[in-house]
Write a protein that binds this ligand. Sequence first.
Ligand code: ABU
Length: 422
Amino acid sequence: MLVLKKNQSHPHFFNQLSCGLDIISLAGEWLTAAANTNMFTYEIAPVFILMENVVLEKMRSMIGWKTGDSILAPGGSISNLYAFLAARHHKFPQYKEKGLSSIPGHLVMFTSDQCHYSVKSCASVCGLGTDYCICVPSDERGRMIPAELERLVKYHKDRGNVPFFVNATSGTTVLGAFDPLEDIADICQKYDMWMHVDAAWGGGLLFSKKYRHPRLTGVERADSVTWNPHKLMGTLLQCSTVHFKYEGILLNCNAMSAEYLFMTDKIYDPKYDTGDKVIQCGRHNDIFKLWLQWRGKGTSGFERHMDRLMELAEYQVRRIKEQPDKFHLILEPEMVNVSFWYLPKQLRGVPHDAHKEIKLGKVCAKLKGKMMQSGTLMVGYQPDDRRPNFFRSIISSAAVTEKDVDFMLAEMDRLGQDIIVD
Ligand code: ABU
């Protein structure tokens, strides 16, 4: 029987990008539920709408923009979709009324082969087809190779297609890699393409003077940025933001001006009726828990939180390296994702080759099963396009300490040392 005692607020839960339980954010979520208001018009959510304005403007200023537009969306995937829609509208404003016939050729978008799958989903949902979401090869650390991006853009231009959108990832889901934003921005500028940065995961590092650079250097050159406070910042699920360099772009792109809701003769400026900026009409109040958390922690508190998480990941890497008989670090991480294999006694001292990696991959599934049955620990695993299953641990909870990192490694060894694989 499965016993799952470690949920995601427990410091021994290293399984998902969103871990932990921020108490102030929780209080905000409770009040939000009690208020039970929709976020589509100022008249029914005046204070929360003003909070959105203040917080989103602050986030844009941290990206490096003096002006712009933003919205809270139901998750990073939908945030990326909003970016895609805005990009298409920016380049082909007549698409809104005339549809596909207004686009001269087949639109093509580009993203690294390590990106979140939601980027590909934009191509499917928006009529490009996934064949026209081009996966740009990444280097051995999972970062998009700019020369490959340029080669693929030229290839599609030469065939009469219309390259128009590049997604750069700041913090990939599995490896935590950061694409080189400056180089990608140069290519976008050269070929007149929209640059989106999916910083759903890595965006929190914008708080950190120590870790922001070089990871997010150049983010201000993007046209749009996804940034999920419910990940690294620990805001309660869900809390996802998307930001644009251009003021008014969301309304221009998405407004349907429904007269029953967004009357233009209201006593206040209708720009505060945010419901017409989005394709979803109703929006959940995801701002109060973030606003309250930010008031509680302060900007400097978030900076300390980021630095602490990164230092804990560095500690984990050091501890893994100190035990080479039991653990194999796959690469030096850029973020709090640590990728590694666990070696049971059966595989210790065996030379590392492709054959051994297949066996180590099998160990992952068996050991994860033991974690779930014992109920003491949760660490995720997955394969990627270069290797079979490997563990990816995540430290994004403020509750985690060095002792918990030591526990993770010791518990994996306790549960896993006698595993035998074919
Ligand atoms: N993109 C959702 C996060 C998935 C994860 O926690 O691994």
